[in-house]
Write a protein that binds this ligand. Structure first.
Ligand SMILES: NC(=O)C1=CN([C@@H]2O[C@H](COP(=O)(O)OP(=O)(O)OC[C@H]3O[C@@H](n4cnc5c(N)ncnc54)[C@H](OP(=O)(O)O)[C@@H]3O)[C@@H](O)[C@H]2O)C=CC1
Ligand SMILES: CC1=C(/C=C/C(C)=C/C=C/C(C)=C/C=O)C(C)(C)CCC1
Length: 310
């Protein structure tokens, strides 16, 4: 059978792990997945999720997107790039080195990998590069300045490359999830709590602690998707004949990103976010609470239905 090789980075947890397992379990066995991670000792969860596909349609390999040597000799894939990291806080409290690590992983990690695999993909005139971007690839969010910049860089890079790629019959797709409940969320939140805010003025420090961090968990609880859900969306995109260039995975989040496209001046999303956070915070919180209640009720009725059918 002519299986397509899919190389996925960052498969030790979260979206990469779920995606590797989902594609390896493709009903028609159309793919051979090389699920990579920078530290192979973190492979246990993937081994468990892969189950019987391990050694059949899934193999685990080492790959660090920040290390050119580990990328060399990567077998030419059909596509998929996922590895990434987050960072939140006031820029006064972040070092340039920390910012560079985010850019190096999220942006240059993608560039390094594509530099390695693109020439062969062009020669073969076959392939689909699927990049896990973010809603922050099209829209900045308070206190995510550098992370959003890294995803904007990813999107600008891919949008430029997509025209050239078409000439070689190659597709590029950007998957744009909103909040997803993974290690990313926990790591970013814990780092956020540890931020030394002494370099920030009182208003900024207060905004970060009492507005951003205070609402952070609730935003993930109400709007957050599971990594399996994002993997399901991505699997659909990978198996399409004419995949779209951009795909948002979270319909609850789409009203925010639509603000970006609705106003060429760019003021609408900025003014709306400002008002949501500073002027209508009670309405904003009430909406989040309402969404949380709806989610709780639909989960509860799903469990009751399942119990009934068992
Ligand atoms: N969670 C969210 O809310 C959202 C996440 N995203 C994006 O999804 C992608 C996956 O994140 P998510 O699954 O949520 O987070 P996780 O933290 O669960 O997964 C990130 C993965 O990237 C790996 N990674 C980090 N640095 C490198 C590196 N240098 N080389 C290879 N792998 C590396 C991590 O490995 P290790 O275990 O070794 O650290 C881990 O496997 C990222 O690109 C993120 O920006 C997009 C939208 C929302
Ligand atoms: C919705 C919303 C907010 C927060 C959004 C967050 C926290 C999004 C996180 C997205 C992630 C984690 C993407 C990863 O790539 C604010 C600014 C508090 C107020 C305005 C509305």
């Amino acid at each position: 059978m002519n299986q397509k090789v899919v190389l996925i980075t960052g498969c030790s947890s979260g979206i990469g792990l779920a995606l590797a397992a989902r594609i390896a379990k493709d009903e028609k066995k159309r793919f051979m997945v090389y699920a990579t991670m920078r530290n192979l000792s973190k492979g246990e969860a993937l081994v468990e999720a892969a189950g019987r596909t391990l050694g059949r349609t899934l193999e685990i390999k080492q790959l660090d997107v920040c290390d050119e040597n580990s990328i060399k000799d990567t077998s030419t894939p059909f596509g998929s790039v996922n590895a990434g990291m987050g960072m939140i806080g006031p820029i006064e409290c972040q070092s340039i080195d920390e910012m560079k690590t985010v850019m190096d992983t999220n942006f240059f990690g993608l560039v390094r990998l594509l530099k390695e695999v693109l020439p062969d993909m062009k020669r073969r005139k076959k392939g689909h590069i699927v990049v896990i971007s973010s809603v922050m690839g099209i829209q900045g969010i308070l206190f995510n300045d550098v992370y959003a910049a890294s995803k904007f860089a990813v999107e600008g890079f891919c949008e430029s490359l997509a025209v050239q790629a078409l000439r070689f019959n190659l597709n590029i797709s950007l998957i744009e999830p909103g909040p997803v409940i993974t290690e990313f969320e926990r790591k970013v939140y814990e780092e956020g709590l540890k931020t030394d805010l002494s370099k920030a003025d009182k208003v900024t420090a207060d905004m970060f602690t009492n507005i951003y961090l205070k609402n952070y968990k609730q935003i993930f609880e109400t709007l957050g998707q599971s990594s399996e859900d994002v993997a399901e969306h991505t699997h659909k995109i990978i198996t399409m004949d004419n995949p779209p260039f951009r795909h948002q995975t979270n319909t609850l989040y789409t009203p925010m990103t639509t603000l970006k496209y609705a106003d060429p001046n760019g003021d609408l999303p900025i003014d709306t976010f400002y008002k949501m956070v500073f002027e209508h915070d009670k309405v904003f919180n009430a909406s989040l609470n309402f969404l949380k209640l709806l989610r709780w009720r639909s989960r509860k009725s799903f469990t009751m239905e399942k119990d009934k059918s068992n």
